[in-house]
Design a protein around this ligand. Sequence first.
Ligand SMILES: *Cc1c(COP(=O)(O)O)cnc(C)c1O
Length: 480
Amino acid sequence: MRSHLLNDLTAEQYCRSVKEGVERVAARIAATDRPFTGITVDELAPRIDRIDLDRPLGDTTAALDELEEVYLRDAVYFHHPRYVAHLNCPVVIPAVLGEAVLSAVNSSLDTWDQSAGGTLIERKLIDWTTARTGLGPAADGVFTSGGTQSNLQALLLAREEAKTDDLARLRILTSGASHFSVRKAAKLLGLGPDAVISVPVDPDKRMRTVCLARELERCRRDALVPMAVVATAGTTDFGSIDPLPEIAELCAQHGVWLHVDAAYGCGLLVSPTRRHLLDGIEHADSVTVDYHKSFFQPVSSSAVLVRDASTLRHATYHADYLNPRRAVLERIPNQVDKSLQTTRRFDALKLWMTLRVMGADGIGRLFDEVCDLAAEGFRMLAADPRFEVVVEPALSTLVFRCIPAGVTDPAEIDRANLHARKALFASGDAVIAGTTVDDRHYLKFTLLNPETTLDDLAVVLDLIADHVEQYLGESLDRAS
Ligand SMILES: *Cc1c(COP(=O)(O)O)cnc(C)c1O
């Protein structure tokens, strides 16, 4: 079916197909009155099971009709104001346009001879981000598939810089509230099962620097090699920001690599009012930024940044068929020399289009709006006797639970909150997240949609309280 290839003969077909698909999505988005239909796996799976992949429809319209049935109608929609679950954002239109362009042209960012201008655009965006971060003139970085990969690459560089062959002695220090990808990276890097030391957090879920200092001393005494401290600027559950200046000071004293995981908090880089919350990040040796979280970019769009460009050499391998050593001498910019990936999407184009159309302040204002909403939501929750809220948010998450009047059994409170979350998902009226705090079940709002209002949150809280009441009523019936 050569006619399905995008080329000069099919350009018109390309316009028609993409337009038809885009119109479907636009119509679906305009028609969604809930973030989710509440469909179950058992309802949806048979629709997909009965599709015979060896019998193509041969027609775009038919395939889109089918897609409505198996995906579009029942997808979870992040643009809906009552989707307040995970770190997913509604996407800005210039970035979606960028996505359409980059997949049609299909540049691959590994070598200059596969991307040309794409390479330079990515480099300029990395420079722009390192400048905003304050990493200094020798900084560099590369786009990645996400925060998980950025953390892995940063820790690979840190491990190589630690200059010991004894992997068993290497340690990574990070707070108990940091992201699980730190542990995954430790495993992938061949470190031992005890490699990640969990540093306690304060009541605001920020790393306790006195405890970090103690652990660093302990490492020294035990002849262990702390290869990195991973500070989090925006923990996944609480949005808490570790005390970066104090941590940087300790890292400098002990000669330890400082990695700042700003996968979530990176939106502060463009915030017109909250940039100071990232003070200290400029001391980092490496930084993770996830534009697909707080820059309102489509998945995937992420980067790892380093203070010293030369450390990226630990990811450099040369292949005669791709990026021969000679290319370095000829000053041909081959981004593969800095990346864990080879073939790599031109994700940078989405951020480029966003900055060219909306500007950094436009993005920063959107992130400020959700942080402001979280602050208002916190006050609303704190004033509501039905709920208990854990910490005042630095960014845009709220972790809370419903404490129904007269119920004291902690296990019953857990079950009631768990039930409320599931019932809400099944209804599709709202999608919220959950987590545990001190082994108890809590509910979570992650606010990344500037269209979500305080009223939306009030409505969702009422729904939660209703589901909890209903559960307790049924629970009483079961008991009697
Ligand atoms: C989301 C997140 C990650 C992982 O990023 P992905 O893009 O999902 O791979 C890492 N660290 C923190 C703090 C996060 O919130």
